[in-house]
Write a protein that binds this ligand. Sequence first.
Ligand code: FES
Length: 144
Amino acid sequence: MPEFRPRIVAFVCNWCTYAGADLTGTSRMKYSPQVSIIRFPCTGRIDFMLLLKAFANGADGIIVSGCHPNDCHYSSGNFHARRRWIVFRALLDFLGIDVRRIQFSWVSAAEGAKWARLVNETAERIHGLGPFTDYHRLRGMGVE
Ligand code: FES
């Protein structure tokens, strides 16, 4: 049986975390290659239904990351995202999705090392949880 390699989707804001991930690469820091990055203007623009869609389409784990509190380039987008995350956690419980499959974080443009650590720790945790196998249930509910 082939070794389980978790697929992680990272929803990040353009101004901080994406730049931080870029710094990780330009600094030649190594981190898990199992992450696919999707860039948004701001975490405030991330519709949390997209997270469910990612699970329905094969993700085993998800990272949501943006600017630190008070550093959002649109002033309060990250605070909106944090509030939505609190509500979304309750929805995950209702759907029976282990909340440990999603990591919410702040990574600035200067924190390349933090990005690498975040991805590696998330990949390790998801590896321990095993593959996400409830995608068919999400699809049955119309999440595609
Ligand atoms: Fe980064 Fe808003 S611009 S979280």
